[in-house]
Design a protein around this ligand. Structure first.
Ligand code: AMP
Length: 217
């Protein structure tokens, strides 16, 4: 692939990186060093003009929005929470699939009538605010940075809004999934200016990745 413009791709460590690397390899992009072993945040690749930057998931949309990265790969949950406005989202990569859900303690489902006012623990404040507002429920939101499942057990919250994959984490903590808020998968996102000024290179990459995703399904 002949990428003639300098292109920076923002990625996040963990599940997204693990599932993205095989897709990038298919289009001829391989990091020039082992990302698990390396602490480098800017990593060259087998394509001279293409670099990877490794960020926190919640920072990927910000880097792409401001053009510090031309392209990014971010979970739909991050785009919903931190704003997908001002960036293109041309491709669903279909990887790192999970669901954004509300969940609550197993027992309370049968013993409690629906309440108009509840306490909700989550790291997805914007998503939770919109969800409960739409349902006409007054939710007092409590921001947490991890282990949301613990909050109802400890009496901190009545419900949580969190990522659910197999549901095992909920189950092991005596909770049940309640409502689906959104299906989540990783999306390819593109800075709007890059789409114009580096059009041929960006288009070539998006098309190649689209083909790689199609071949995988
Ligand atoms: P599970 O027990 O399989 O339902 O996994 C739930 C936990 O794994 C949650 O606490 C999430 O934080 C994490 N998780 C699962 N899938 C993803 C994903 N695609 N992206 C980010 N976090 C995930």
């Amino acid at each position: 692939m002949n990428i003639t413009d300098p292109i920076t791709i923002a990625l996040t460590k963990g599940r997204i990186l693990k599932e993205t690397l095989p897709l990038l390899a298919k289009v001829g992009i391989e990091p020039s060093e082992d990302l698990d072993a390396s602490r480098k945040l800017i990593v060259p690749t087998t394509l001279t003009n293409v670099h990877l930057v490794i960020l926190r998931g919640s920072d990927v949309p910000t880097y792409v929005k401001h053009g510090a990265a031309d392209i990014g790969i971010a979970g739909k949950d991050m785009l919903l929470e931190f704003g997908g406005e001002g960036i293109y989202e041309p491709l669903d990569l279909g990887i790192a699939r999970c669901r954004l859900m509300t969940a609550g303690p197993r027992l309370s489902q049968t013993t409690q009538a629906p309440r108009r006012r509840i306490r909700v623990a989550t790291k997805f404040l914007n998503i939770a605010r919109a969800h409960y507002a739409e349902k006409g429920i007054h939710a007092d939101l409590i921001k947490l940075y991890g282990s949301m499942e613990l909050a109802p057990l400890m009496g901190l919250a009545d419900e949580i809004v969190d990522i659910v994959d197999t549901g095992k984490t909920l189950e092991e903590n005596g909770m049940v999934p309640l409502e689906l808020i959104a299906e989540v998968s990783s999306r390819l996102i593109v800075n709007k200016a890059s789409m114009r000024t580096r059009h041929a290179s960006v288009r070539m990459l998006v098309d190649a990745l689209e083909e790689a995703v199609g071949a995988q399904e």
